[in-house]
Design a protein around this ligand. Structure first.
Ligand SMILES: Nc1nc2c(c(=O)[nH]1)N[C@H]1C(S)=C(S)[C@@H](COP(=O)(O)O)O[C@H]1N2
Ligand SMILES: [Mo]
Length: 552
């Protein structure tokens, strides 16, 4: 029977792939069911925090552009998924390469030290990953020592598996070396090896492959089911405000053109943007809002304490500064919380306090001027969206709302507030984005509703065209539509849900066949026109006219 050669890097890749897949197959359900850390995401989130701002911005902009160009689906959902795939692939590829290198080294060493080296490789991965995971890993809900043990143990097991597989695949000396006849150096030639035959090797690989595939598939199925149940529970939640109430403008004179986006964004469709591959998990029992700094004495408020204040309910449109004109990183829901001005009145702030520095569980931070808070009672700490406690994705237990500003200025998952005597740039400002991040007046066409025509009093066929316009907290005073190179014509404005939400507009256009380009523009509440010059999202938010060409 022909002997086999020592396993090399290629077999290392194969074994590494099988064992790494199984490893991830353990991590996924352990995360979904027990809240243990999911290390690929922790590593990715760690990288996002240390990589330079311009590189991140380039990454984010390219991702948003790609998702939109390929029409892959809701931008924030697709982008999050892409990040997660990158995270898993990144760690997996690294682990595969390490396995190949381990096998190459073991071959050079003739199989000696397989176990010590395999375990050392496990440590080489496990130790940094556990440190990283404990540092960024607010997404785990297990106690840190348990998380650490889990990461270390699983990676040691992985390293052990590599060493064990190497040994099983390596040629084995069948007989003890014959006694040396003469004490010459030549006589120390390696003993004849008899061997793991190709059959043995194939059999072992089949066993290893089936065992690891079983773990991987079972892990994926169990994890996916757990996640699906969680989603269903969220969707079926009975006590949303919007499922039991009419919108305050339900009977407004202007009704949305058919095909316009929903004026009140369902919770599960609200975009989600943050620096985490998955949301930090915060247990209300262990959470309090710490208030420190320039204050007579530090305080800690529970969610109950905050809920005791008279609740403030506001319909709010929130938009991400990365949203391109016409993009979907914008949504409207009903926020509930406590006015920060009201809360401040109860805080023993020192006279030299001028700003509040807000810090979040994920390391995100931003600073708000007391002046802003005192000038506007709508600035609030919010604990509910659509009548429900904030979801983990949207910032449970507490987030801030600051009218007029993009999401990047408004931390979710707030843990502490520090009163300070100066301004400080926030997380994204440090990374090169606009310091103020005020939402720009923007109008968007959602629909040219060719299938829902109207016949007017003069027997003309009208096509409803509609969409949104918004200008932060400044309101919208006018929206105009232009068809091809025609004149700008007034659209009708629907009464908005509040002064800080988008405004739905519609324009019933007398039908003319042919291919037409529709363009929209708006004016904010003070009559100031929107910026027509196109600009990309970075660094101050996108601007430009939105248009849509349609064959009719
Ligand atoms: N703690 C924390 N808060 C955050 C962020 C973040 O990464 N971490 N991202 C901000 C950004 S850029 C946006 S656009 C909004 C998005 O809020 P949403 O995901 O609930 O829609 O959250 C903001 N608050
Ligand atoms: Mo954002």
């Amino acid at each position: 029977m022909s002997p086999v050669k020592s396993p090399g890097p290629l077999l290392g890749l194969l074994v590494g792939a099988l064992l790494t897949a199984a490893l991830l197959g353990l991590y996924y359900p352990a995360w979904k069911l027990a809240g243990l850390p999911f290390v690929p995401f922790d590593l990715f989130d760690f990288m996002t925090r240390i990589l330079p701002g311009p590189l991140l911005t380039f990454g984010i902009d390219s991702m948003v552009a790609l998702v939109r160009a390929l029409q892959l689906g809701p931008t924030s959902v697709v982008a999050k998924t892409a990040e997660q795939i990158l995270a898993v692939a990144g760690l997996a590829v690294t682990a595969l390469l390490a396995s190949a290198i381990l096998f190459a080294i073991l071959r050079a060493l003739n199989g000696r030290y397989a176990y010590p080296l395999g375990l050392a490789l496990g440590l080489l991965f496990g130790v940094p990953l556990l440190i990283i995971s404990l540092q960024v890993g607010q997404a785990a809900s297990t106690p840190p020592p348990l998380s650490a043990l889990w990461i270390l143990g699983t990676f040691l097991l992985w390293g052990f598996g590599l060493a064990f597989s190497y040994q099983r695949l390596a040629p084995r000396p069948a007989l003890p070396p014959p006694p040396a006849v003469a004490p010459s150096t030549e006589a120390q030639a390696p003993a004849p090896q008899v061997l793991a035959t190709p059959m043995d090797r194939r059999r072992f690989l089949i066993h290893l492959g089936s065992a690891t595939a079983l773990i991987t598939v079972a892990g994926a199925v169990v994890g996916t089911l757990a996640e699906r149940m969680r989603q269903q529970m969220l969707a079926a939640h009975p006590s949303r405000w919007s499922s039991t109430h009419e919108l305050p403008n339900a009977s407004a004179a202007v009704q949305p053109a058919p095909g316009t986006r929903r004026e009140f964004t369902p919770l599960e469709s609200h975009y989600r943007i943050d620096i985490n591959t998955r949301a930090p998990v915060i247990d209300e029992k262990n959470w309090s809002l710490k208030i420190t700094g320039l204050l007579d004495k530090p305080l800690a408020l529970t969610l109950e304490d905050l809920r005791r204040y008279e609740p403030l309910h506001q319909f709010v449109t929130l938009s991400c500064i990365s949203n391109p004109v016409g993009g979907d990183l914008i949504g409207t829901t009903r926020w509930t919380g406590v006015s920060l001005r009201r809360l401040l009145a109860d805080l023993p702030l020192k006279p030299n306090a001028s700003h509040l520095k807000i810090r979040s569980a994920d390391g995100f931070f931003e600073t708000v001027a007391l002046q802003t808070i005192n000038a506007d009672e709508r600035v609030m700490l919010a604990y509910a969206w659509d009548g429900l406690p904030l979801t983990a994705e949207h910032g449970f237990p507490l987030r801030i709302y600051i009218p007029d500003l993009h999401g990047m200025k408004q931390p979710k998952w707030i843990e502490s507030i520090e009163a300070i005597d100066h301004d400080e740039p926030g997380y994204w400002v440090v990374r090169g984005w606009d310091k103020t991040a005020r939402m720009k007046a923007t109008a968007v066409i959602d629909t040219v509703s060719i299938n829902m025509t109207i016949i007017d009093a003069d027997q003309r066929t009208l096509i409803p065209i509609g969409g949104i316009a918004h200008a932060g907290a400044r309101g919208i005073s006018k929206v105009e539509v232009r068809v091809d190179d025609g004149p700008w014509q007034n659209a009708q404005l629907r009464t908005p849900l509040s002064g800080v939400t988008w405004v739905l507009w519609r324009f019933d256009w007398p039908f003319q066949s042919g291919t037409h380009t529709f363009t929209v523009r708006c004016y904010d509440g003070s009559g100031a026109p929107q910026i027509q010059t196109p600009a990309p999202p970075h660094p101050s938010g996108a601007s430009g006219l939105h248009s849509r060409t349609q064959m009719l």
